[in-house]
Design a binder for this molecule. Structure first.
Ligand code: 13P
Length: 248
């Protein structure tokens, strides 16, 4: 039985004041939440969130990392630094990083490797653009993104990876994939993992992301291969985020 995981990706949205309010709001509503709850904060706020969540069930993650351990990489942040602030997770290969910062599947795979080596559990994001979906390429795009990681790190480490299917056309657009569309890609991802190792395929959490909100979370998370959500906009409001956390 896979546990439901609800992760907030705050993206580049935070201030000390808003973080204080948001975490306080989430903490005040955690009673009755059965899902694992995770918040992925921008780097400067990791320390603040680390202190605010002490003693709670909430886990902390970052949103990106550099593949090197340390050295002359001005402006970059390593996996060990992220871990130093109590984070257990890091988002890798978000479509915004792939499209705006040119991260290829090969780079994403290296980032997965670096995060695993440091003892972080990566949230590996995959997903197709609207053009790719309309061109019938959804499965080949997602397969290429997942296979690049399997080729570099092997299937066995997927027991320590969370996959997030985030169709690019659904991110920040208010257009959510229908439960049928999402379930079908999730099942495809699970079969792809299963071609390599069936046990790993059955235990790897696969989250859905893309305009998931308090109104549509229930029906998405109810799908057999959807194990939770990676939430952008709705993760910035404690009430909405908690509603999604309770959907699991
Ligand atoms: P939205 O929930 O704002 O569509 O963002 C989804 C996302 O990109 C999470 O990583």
């Amino acid at each position: 039985m896979r546990k439901t995981i609800v992760a907030g990706n705050w993206k580049m949205n935070a201030s000390k004041e808003s973080v204080k309010k948001l975490i306080a709001g989430i903490l005040s509503g955690m009673d009755g939440v059965k899902s694992e709850v995770l918040v992925c904060a921008p780097f400067p706020y990791l320390s603040q969130v680390e202190s605010l969540i002490v003693g709670s069930e909430i886990r902390l993650g970052a949103q990106n990392l550099n593949i090197n351990e340390s050295g002359a990489f001005t402006g970059e942040v390593s996996a060990s630094m992220i871990k130093d602030f109590g984070a257990k997770h890091v988002i890798v290969g978000h479509s915004e990083r792939r499209s705006i910062y040119g991260e290829t599947s090969a780079i994403v795979a290296e980032k997965v490797k670096a995060s695993l080596e440091a003892g972080l559990t990566p949230l590996l994001c995959v997903g197709e653009s609207l053009e790719q979906r309309e061109g019938g390429k959804t499965e080949s795009v997602v397969a290429e993104q997942i296979n690049a990681v399997i080729e570099l790190v092997g299937i066995n480490v997927f027991n320590n990876i969370i996959v997030a299917y985030e169709p690019v056309w659904a991110i920040g657009t208010g257009v959510t994939a229908s439960p049928e569309q999402a379930q079908s890609v999730h099942l495809f991802i699970r079969s792809l993992l299963g071609e390599n190792n069936e046990t790993i395929a059955q235990t790897t959490p696969i989250l859905y992301g893309g305009s998931m909100n308090a109104g549509n979370a229930n029906e998405l998370i109810a799908c057999p291969d959807i194990d939770g959500g990676l939430i952008g906009g709705a993760a910035l409001k404690a009430e909405d985020f908690l509603h999604i956390c309770k959907a699991g």
